[in-house]
Design a protein around this ligand. Structure first.
Ligand SMILES: O=c1ccn([C@@H]2O[C@H](COP(=O)(O)O)[C@@H](O)[C@H]2O)c(=O)[nH]1
Length: 248
C-alpha cells in the first residue's frame, strides 16, 4: 500500500451524500477517513454508520473536553460505533484522559468490539506562540505540546495529535510506540488557510509521523482520489515505500 497507509482524509462537511461520495472515491487510496464535529453534529451515529458501511477505518475526531465523568459517558456512547481512533483534549487533564482510556477499554470488552485508540489533542495546529500568550499561556507552542503529550502518555493514552513541527522532539522524548497523528499538512503550493503550524506531507512523514490528517488539499481538489495519490507519491519519494511504523 506504500504511504497511502499513512493518510487519514478529513471529510469535513455536513452533507452525508458528499461524505459518502468522498469515502467511495478515496477507498483503497488512503488508510482511513476522519469524521469530525461538523459531520457528527449534523448527522450523528446514523451518518457515522453510513460512512462505516464503505468499509474504511474511521478516526472519530470529536476532541472531547469535559470533566472525567462526562467524557467517560461520551466514550460509553461512541465505543459501540467501533471507531479506530477517538480524540480527547489533553488539556482536560490526567484524570479525564485516564477515565477515557479505562471507559473505552471496559466498554469495548463488554460489547465485544475492538477498543479505539485514544489520542490526546495537544495544541491545535491553527495556533502559534502569539495565540498561546493571548489565552494566558506562557512559553512556546513546542513546550506546551511536549508538556501535554507527556501528560497524555502518563495517563495511558495511545498517542497525541501534534503539528508537523513537534514530531522529532516528541519521538525522541516519548518513544517509538507512541502514536503521532499529524494535521497541519500542506503540499507545496497549497493554501494554508487557518493552519499556522504546517509542513509538507514529505517532510512530516520523514520526521516520523504515524498518520497525516489531510482535509482540504484532498476534498477541495477537482479529483480527490488523484490528489490523495499525488500526496502518497510525494511521501513515497521522501521516505521510500515503508510507512513510519515499519521503518522503526
Ligand atoms: O490540531 C488540530 C487537530 C485537528 N485538526 C483537524 O484536522 C483536519 C485538518 O484539515 P485541513 O483541511 O487539512 O486543514 C480538520 O478536520 C481539523 O479539524 C487540525 O487541523 N488541527
Amino acid at each position: 500500500m506504500g504511504s497511502k497507509g499513512q493518510i487519514l482524509a478529513a471529510l469535513d462537511t455536513v452533507s452525508i451524500d458528499q461524505a459518502v461520495d468522498w469515502a467511495h472515491r478515496l477507498d483503497r487510496t488512503v488508510a482511513g477517513v476522519k469524521l469530525g464535529l461538523e459531520f457528527f453534529l449534523a448527522n450523528g451515529p446514523l451518518g457515522y454508520r453510513r460512512i462505516a458501511a464503505v468499509g474504511m477505518p474511521i478516526f472519530l475526531d470529536l476532541k472531547l473536553h469535559d470533566i472525567p465523568n462526562t467524557v467517560a459517558g461520551a466514550l460509553r456512547a461512541i465505543t459501540p460505533l467501533s471507531p479506530s481512533i477517538v480524540t480527547v483534549h489533553a488539556a482536560g487533564g490526567q484524570a479525564m484522559m485516564q477515565a477515557a482510556r479505562e471507559t473505552a477499554e471496559a466498554e469495548a470488552a463488554k460489547r465485544g468490539v475492538k477498543r479505539p485508540k485514544i489520542i490526546g489533542v495537544t495544541v491545535l495546529t491553527s495556533l502559534d506562540d502569539k495565540d498561546l500568550v493571548a489565552v494566558g499561556q506562557s512559553g512556546s507552542t513546542s513546550d506546551q505540546v511536549k508538556r501535554l503529550a507527556t501528560l497524555a502518555k502518563a495517563a495511558g493514552l495511545d498517542g497525541v495529535v501534534c503539528s508537523p513541527h513537534e514530531i522529532e522532539a516528541l519521538r525522541k522524548e516519548l518513544g517509538e510506540d507512541f502514536l503521532l497523528v499529524v494535521p497541519g499538512v500542506r503540499p507545496e503550493g497549497s493554501a494554508s488557510g487557518d493552519q499556522k503550524r504546517v509542513r509538507t506531507p514529505g517532510d512530516a512523514a520523514k520526521a516520523g509521523a504515524d498518520y497525516l490528517v489531510i482535509g482540504r488539499p484532498i476534498t477541495a481538489a477537482a479529483d480527490p482520489r488523484d490528489a490523495a495519490c499525488r500526496i502518497a507519491t510525494e511521501i513515497d519519494a521522501a521516505i521510500g515505500h515503508a510507512p513510519a511504523q515499519a521503518r522503526r
